[in-house]
Design a protein around this ligand. Structure first.
Ligand code: BG6
Length: 495
């Protein structure tokens, strides 16, 4: 395995812990080798020492086994090199090192992982092809964002297709590697009782939230040119939309599943020019107490108009979902970290029970909690014991913890293992990337071409701009703000 961008954040935080976990559980067979590639001047030894140290920070304490970690890092190697245009001689050196390690001129079983800044995504496959490293059974994993807009995504697809076959290209979106995201499929399609209700006849609206209580950390340089829409919405959030809205595939294999995903994206109704104002709200966090504002972050322009928060109302032109709004939102520096899907069912056609003592019969709600407190909650009305008919909403709450001993696996190790096994189900196909960009491209263009389109400031540590409430309130809907893990107790949340 060759990791491009080996000195970066993703490698130490996610990829190495994931590989260690696969190693620990004996899920990589044979004598594998990992070649880290970056510009930083490490040797094999100093790279191993660096990773050994970082593992201690990013692997849960209960999984740390000092002897095993020492042994794991002996599988690591390092090549300091340029990766972009004009670096062919560096790729020749890389090839020679790989041949050395393989003990053969004929390389096979190569897996490339692109964990570099996105600006290098277009050049690396060209260089791999030029040096003949794109061998027949090589696979290549590319991080998101895949493309910067529709046009660049189409160009990237062309570049990848010129060097690899589609069955060698793994466009990774780690949200699909999350157990609980996959469980949306099991919940919907392994049970007979929900699917008959899962449509416009019974569902009023759907909310999808993926918010974080951290800022952009040390990623200012990357984030300022990217923004929340490209970083989270065009990929992670829209994948969750697909899992929630898709039709059941007839069989569960990579093609059938991914065909259904594309159909969801193709059915998104494009926003018209006069619809952006009441369908899209974007925000940027500003200083609040001891929390810095976005424009004060390292690597961010002092007059940056990059959004760190975005909420959107999206709709579908298909039979199942016509007229049912999906509200999606993501943001940095929110009061808590939570990813969840809330399905709001329609109220009963006639409500014969009255509100009493503050308790009102309310519509049913189903919450699919992706993280944290992974699980599923169904909210429904029950009679409060005693005289009269007072109805109170109660919860049926399943949490993964209750499976006892079953650990919710890590997304990256699952996806790297799938790639090793040649299973593309949980990776994004080229047509899906393009179809999703087709929907978001006009939104990005609108941001670029309409300087007056509002960017609201919101105090760091709050639930985002007030206008994001208006986006829903106008439809008699409102965001569900979970209370669990709330760091700032002044913030409103749903009790
Ligand atoms: C990444 C984004 O893809 O996902 C980050 O680039 C974001 O900005 C992260 O913080 C969120 O992932 P998770 O798994 O921590 O919810």
């Amino acid at each position: 395995m060759v990791i491009f961008g080996a000195s970066g954040d993703l490698t130490k935080r996610k990829l190495m812990p994931a590989l260690y976990s696969l190693h620990r559980e004996n899920r990589i067979k044979g004598d594998y080798r990992v070649m880290g590639v970056s510009r930083t001047a490490y040797t094999d030894e100093t790279f191993q020492a660096y990773i050994r140290q970082e593992l201690e920070k990013f692997i849960p304490a209960e999984e740390q086994d000092a002897a095993l970690m020492d042994e794991f890092v002996t599988h690591l190697h390092y090549e300091s090199m340029e990766m972009g245009e004009g670096a062919l001689s560096h790729y020749e050196n890389l090839k020679a090192r790989l041949q050395d390690l393989a003990g053969s001129k004929e390389l096979d079983n190569l897996l490339f992982y692109l964990a570099t800044p996105p600006s290098l995504y277009s050049q690396i496959p060209v260089n791999l092809k030029e040096t003949g490293l794109n061998v027949k059974n090589a696979r290549i994993i590319v991080e998101k964002p895949f493309g910067y807009n529709l046009e660049s995504a189409q160009e990237l697809n062309e570049i990848y297709r010129a060097a690899f076959r589609e069955d060698q290209i793994y466009r990774i979106d780690h949200f699909l590697g999350k157990e609980t995201a996959q469980n949306i499929l099991a919940f919907r399609f392994a049970n007979g009782i929900f699917e008959p209700l899962w449509n416009r006849n019974y569902i009023d609206y759907v909310e999808i939230t993926a918010v974080e209580n951290l800022g952009i950390e040390n990623r200012g340089g990357f984030y300022d040119g990217t923004g929340a829409l490209r970083d989270m919405v065009q990929n992670h959030l829209i994948q969750l939309v697909a899992l929630t809205a898709m039709e059941p595939p007839a069989i569960f294999d990579a093609d059938s599943f991914r065909n259904e995903v594309v159909k969801v994206y193709d059915s998104l109704i494009p926003l018209k020019d006069n619809e952006f104002d009441d369908h899209v709200v974007r925000g940027q966090y500003v200083a609040n107490g001891d929390k810095k504002g976005y424009r004060e972050e390292k690597g961010v322009a002092a007059d940056s108009r990059t959004e760190t928060y975005i909420a959107m109302k999206i709709g579908f032109g298909n039979w199942r979902w016509s007229g049912v709004p999906f509200y999606i939102r993501t943001g940095k520096q929110m009061p808590t970290k939570v990813t969840e899907i809330v399905v709001h069912f329609k109220p009963t056609p006639n409500q014969m029970f009255q509100c009493t003592e503050g308790a009102c019969p309310t519509a049913n709600k189903l919450i699919l909690r992706i993280q944290p407190n992974e699980g599923t909650v169904l909210k429904f009305g029950m009679k409060v014991p005693g005289s009269g008919f007072n109805i109170k909403q109660v919860e049926m709450d399943f949490t993964y913890d209750r499976l006892g001993g079953t650990k919710v696996g890590d997304a990256y190790s699952r996806l790297i293992e799938d790639c090793i096994l040649g299973d593309q189900t949980l990776f994004t196909r080229s047509d899906a990337v393009e179809s999703s960009w087709k929907y978001f491209d006009p939104v990005i263009k609108h941001f670029d071409e309409t300087p007056k389109f509002p960017l609201y400031g919101y105090p760091a540590g709050t639930w985002g701009p007030r206008e994001s409430e208006d986006l829903m309130n106008i439809d008699n809907a409102s965001w569900t703000n979970p209370c669990k893990n709330l760091t700032n107790t002044d913030q409103y949340c749903e009790l």
